[in-house]
Each structure stands twice: as C-alpha cells, then as structure tokens.
Design a protein around this ligand. Sequence first.
Ligand SMILES: C[S@@+](CC[C@H](N)C(=O)[O-])C[C@H]1O[C@@H](n2cnc3c(N)ncnc32)[C@H](O)[C@@H]1O
Length: 315
Amino acid sequence: MNTTTAPPILERLSALGDETRCRILALLERSELTVTELASVLQASQPTVSRHLKTLAAEGWVEARAEWRNRHYRLAPELDEPARALWRIVREQIGDGGIYAVDAERARGVLERRRLRSAEFFAHAAERWDEVREQLFGSTASLLPLLGLIREEWTIADLGVGTGALAETLAPFARRVIGVDRSDQMLAAAALRLAAHANVELRQGELERLPVRDGELDLAVMALVLHYVVDPLAVLTEVRRALRSGGHLVLLDMRTHDRGPWYAEEMGHVWPGFEPEHMHAWLEAAGFASARVVQLPPARDSHGPLLFLASAVSP
Ligand SMILES: C[S@@+](CC[C@H](N)C(=O)[O-])C[C@H]1O[C@@H](n2cnc3c(N)ncnc32)[C@H](O)[C@@H]1O
C-alpha cells in the first residue's frame, strides 16, 4: 500500500497533455476571454471548449469571473510556483509559431471587436453621456479622480467646514481632516454627517485665529467662505501660519457679482465676490508662493454667481 501523498503538481499534469488545452492556456495567459470568444478563436464548438475549461478549472489552471450573462476565463493568477514553472516549460516548448500564432492573431480580432463595441456606444452617446454619467454615478463623478492627488499621510483642514460635505469627501483619502467653523449649528450638522469618519475632528473657532498649530496642515481648503470674512488678508496670513512649508492652500469663491443687497441681507455676505487680480495680490501679500487664480466656467444647471479657484503654496 502506498502511504505517501502525491505532490499536488501531479494532479495538474494531466490537463497539459492536450494541445487544445495548451492553446487555451496560452490565450488566457494574455487576456480574459469568454467561452464564445475562445470557441471563435479556436474554431471549435462551445461544448468542446467548455469541456476543456472544466478540466483546466478542476486542476486549478484557470479561473472564471461572472459578468452579465458571460463568464470571463483567465489563467489563474494565484498559481503556485511549481505550477508556474511547469507552465513556463510547456510554454517554451510549444513556442509562438504555427497554430499558436494563428490563435494569437484571431484573439486580437476578438478583442478588437470588443473595443469597437464600446467605441460604437460612444459614437452615439456623446450627446447624452453627461446625463448618463450623472444618472449612474452622480453629479460629482467627473471630479472624483482628482482626489487621487491627496497623499494618505496628509492632515487637511476644511476651513469653514459648514455641514461637512467636502470633509466627508476628503476623509477617506487623508490621515486626518480637521473641520473648523464658528457656528454651533453648522458644526452639529457636520458632526452628524461625519460620525462614521474616525479621522475627522471638528474644532470650533474663528478663521482669524485658527485653532490649529503652526505648520500642522499639509493642505487647507476654503470653499465658499472667504466672502464672509471681514479681513481676507488677515485670514490668508493666518492660514499660511497653519500650513507646513510646502503645504497647499486651495480656495473656491465667487467672482465679483451684482446680485444686489439680497446676498448681504439674507445670507450675511460681507463681500460681493472678488476680482481675480485682487485675490492674487492678497495671496502674495499673505506670503504665499506660486499663487494662481483660475476663473471657472458656469456649472451646468447652476444659478449662482461665477466662481474662481485660487491655489498657492506656503514657502
Ligand atoms: C457658505 S458656508 C460654506 C460651507 C462649506 N465650506 C461648503 O462649501 O459647503 C460658510 C461657512 O463658513 C463659516 N464661517 C464664516 N465666517 C467664519 C469665520 N470668520 N470663522 C469661522 N467660520 C466662519 C460659516 O459658519 C459657514 O458654516
């Protein structure tokens, strides 16, 4: 009686003793393919391909991923080293010529047809893509990739945090987010919204005397808050104090507008927006470097004044 356990690699050997299965593995090593696509490349019937895939899957050579009604097959990414070494030898022996070159060429055609299907969609979707994207992913989806610019070790302050919408967006990307505001009611709303984010700290305080240590911040964000401030230059100077050397300020606010006294009376605005040149001069006077003020185009479906985005670096 044989009491030793056979090495697992032996269980994988039988699958490789068939040329169609080797052709399938050579194809799946390069790209994911469905049964239909494999059948078209190998010019075999789908039941034949399915049978070979079943053997390969049983021996751990391939894995499938379900997508819609299709299963996409690929070479198992977690193959152990003996299996990898075995496949390397087989791959080297079968080479890239003959039927394997024909398969590779046909597979390129199959993938090109897939690419054309999506290209075809966009050829007809240009006019309604903005609407489709908004319906599927929300109105901020086109800006989300920019959050990748935030470094995970950063401490960010959202100055004039309000109800915490921006802090909520920033929180998953940074080590710490400090929200500062002077309003009890705004801070209470922010606390409710941000309860699930352990790395967000709300601090009550004035922008003119920030409750933040010298150089504590890597990034300070001020969104739609500077027009509430009586002395913007003093606040910008205070923000620079709180930034480390090389830390960034980004500031979103309104360009000068003529919406009349309603904004001042009803919403307490102190400034009717700002001129970009004025903003630029303040940033430099506050000691910032690389000051930049970019006027933003009107957002779709928005009714408020036009905005600008200012950015600068603490030297
Ligand atoms: C228009 S809200 C903007 C809130 C948020 N940044 C946003 O984009 O939704 C302005 C916020 O700034 C706060 N604020 C205004 N002046 C301030 C000051 N001098 N010190 C601290 N907070 C101030 C207000 O309490 C309010 O919550």
